[in-house]
Design a binder for this molecule. Structure first.
Ligand SMILES: [Zn+2]
Length: 137
């Protein structure tokens, strides 16, 4: 794991990926209870600087997805892959669906957040793991 963290860190995003890997995913919320990610110092909805982390719900619902067959050079060894948006209640997250072929991805399925490494660059990316079995959640 350490070699993957040797790249130039994007502190807000990398700290957030660390939290997911550590089993403590969070989102940020302001005093008006707007939820948002990625981490920033001011609420994008109301401008409040009164921002604090809150536990991210354990699972989200897959809202939409797209299959990338031909990617940018940054992810060319990863293709084909599925990028999805999942609704976690206070926040929506964009991540890569793992452990599922594109044909098996369905809107409305329950997913949980995880972190995987790009096969091309080794950079960490947000991933969604399928959550259809009782042992998962
Ligand atoms: Zn707000």
């Amino acid at each position: 794991m350490s070699e993957q963290r040797d790249h130039v860190r994007d502190d807000g995003f990398d700290d957030w990926l660390d939290a997911i890997e550590d089993g403590e995913p969070y989102y940020l919320t302001c005093s008006e209870e707007h939820g948002f990610l990625p981490p920033r110092h001011v609420c994008p909805a109301c401008g409040s600087a009164d921002v604090e982390p809150a536990p991210l719900p354990a699972t989200g619902i897959l809202e939409t997805f797209t299959v990338t067959s031909v990617s940018t050079p940054t992810f060319e060894d990863d293709a084909p892959y599925v990028v999805a948006i999942a609704d976690f209640g206070p926040v929506r997250l964009t991540g890569r669906v793992v452990e599922r072929d594109a044909d098996d991805v369905e809107i409305g399925m329950t997913v949980e957040p995880d972190v995987v490494s790009s096969e091309t660059s080794g950079e960490r990316v947000l991933a969604f793991r399928w959550c259809s079995t009782s042992w998962c959640c």
